[in-house]
Design a protein around this ligand. Structure first.
Ligand code: PLP
Ligand code: COI
Length: 358
């Protein structure tokens, strides 16, 4: 892949960058450059470039603005103590974007090109990769995305597609850092149905989560829990993360329904937990199992996980008419530490998951 580069003539000053990296928040500040590639049926992927970060002009009839033909990914670059910079299982993000692309009727971007695009952006904006301190785990959040950029109001797969990568320094996703979150059980909204887009990472799934997420905020909760669309009985996932249940007998259980977004963090935790001797189960989990399991002491800990959330303990579940609380516990803490130590190069990478960028 030939990438042409136009350097930003006005990069953020070192002083301003230091201020930003001291308290980056999540998804607020963006690096000096962005990666762009375009696709047409005749030319395939072409016009591959890095240019100064900035607004893009779109015709009002651009298809994505009307029919939401869009997919995205979320991943991070981590700075290790020796100054080197690494990503975590980037080929998994590339493969998931390809699966999302098939569902959204997009052309596929080859795995190597996806990884090369991310690497190229991180390399040019290297100074934006924060130095992490144990506990704050700052990193550079990377957002690859693809959208229907054809100017056409007919409803069909776009014949002009744009792929971009932007990046944003990130601290903890939830305000207040790593502390137990409260979840709101949505009984009136669902996220995905059979044959729908639940397993794809596409903007529409997040648009549909916003009303229930607003309901969650009103109830004093941080995230919404979705149940399956057909029976309203089985736990799927949260608005932006997967969920795990720790059992007193040493099992670690996570929902599998065919309609969730299968997280790379989720897959990694399943492997790390199995290696540590936990018995892992991917299966349907009924909401009563949560409510009753905590009450009976069978479920001892619950945590959410994802690229943005890393591993976050779940402190409480609220629903219309009740609530159930879980304490933060040692299994969550240990799995979190195992994962972040690996990502930040503080532990041996026994699975070969880290990819060096610089
Ligand atoms: N589920 C949803 C709906 C998400 O948005 C995310 C975040 O990307 C995840 C799960 C976790 O996926 P990953 O671990 O790959 O970040
Ligand atoms: C991610 O974890 O990468 C996501 O896309 C989730 C979103 C809540 C930021």
């Amino acid at each position: 892949m030939e990438i042409s580069t136009t350097s930003n003539p006005n990069p953020v000053s070192d002083e301003r960058l230091a201020e930003i990296l001291a308290d980056p928040g999540f998804g607020t500040f963006f690096t000096d450059h962005m990666f762009v590639a375009e696709w047409t049926p005749e030319q395939g992927w072409h016009n591959t470039r890095i240019e100064p970060y900035g607004p893009i002009a779109l015709d009002p009839a651009t298809a994505v603005l009307h029919y939401a033909q869009e997919t995205f990914e979320g991943m991070k670059a981590y700075r290790h103590a020796d100054g080197s910079v690494w990503s975590f299982r980037p080929e998994q993000n590339a493969a998931r974007m390809a699966r999302s692309s098939r569902r959204l009727a997009f052309p596929e971007l080859p795995v190597e090109e996806f990884v090369a695009a991310v690497d190229a952006l991180v390399k040019i904006d290297e100074r934006w990769v924060p130095t992490a301190n144990e506990g704050d785990e700052k990193s550079l959040y990377i957002r690859p995305f693809m959208f229907a950029s054809e100017t056409f109001l007919g409803v069909r797969a776009a014949q002009h597609v744009t792929f971009m990568v932007i990046a944003s320094p990130a601290g903890a996703y939830f305000k207040g850092g790593v502390k137990p979150v409260r979840l709101w059980l949505s009984e009136s909204y669902t996220r995905a149905g059979r044959g729908g887009m639940g397993a794809a990472k596409t903007g529409g799934n997040y648009a549909s989560s916003l009303a229930p997420q607003a309901e969650a905020y009103e109830k004093g909760c941080d995230q919404v829990v979705f149940l399956d669309a057909s029976e309203g009985k089985y736990i799927e996932e949260l608005g932006g993360m997967n969920i795990f249940f720790v059992y007193a007998d040493g099992r670690l259980v996570t929902p599998e329904t065919g309609t969730i977004l299968e997280g790379i963090t989720r897959a990694s935790i399943l492997e790390l937990a199995a290696k540590r001797g936990l018995k892992v189960e991917e299966r349907k989990v009924a909401i009563e199992e949560w409510q009753q399991g905590v009450a009976s002491g069978e479920i001892t800990e619950i945590f959410a996980c994802g690229t943005a959330a890393v591993v976050t303990p779940v402190g409480e579940l609220l629903w219309d008419g009740g609530s159930v609380a879980t304490p933060a516990g040692p299994v969550t803490t240990e799995l979190r530490k195992t994962l972040v130590d690996l990502q930040f190069g503080r532990a041996e990478d026994a699975f070969g998951w880290m990819h060096q960028i610089l």
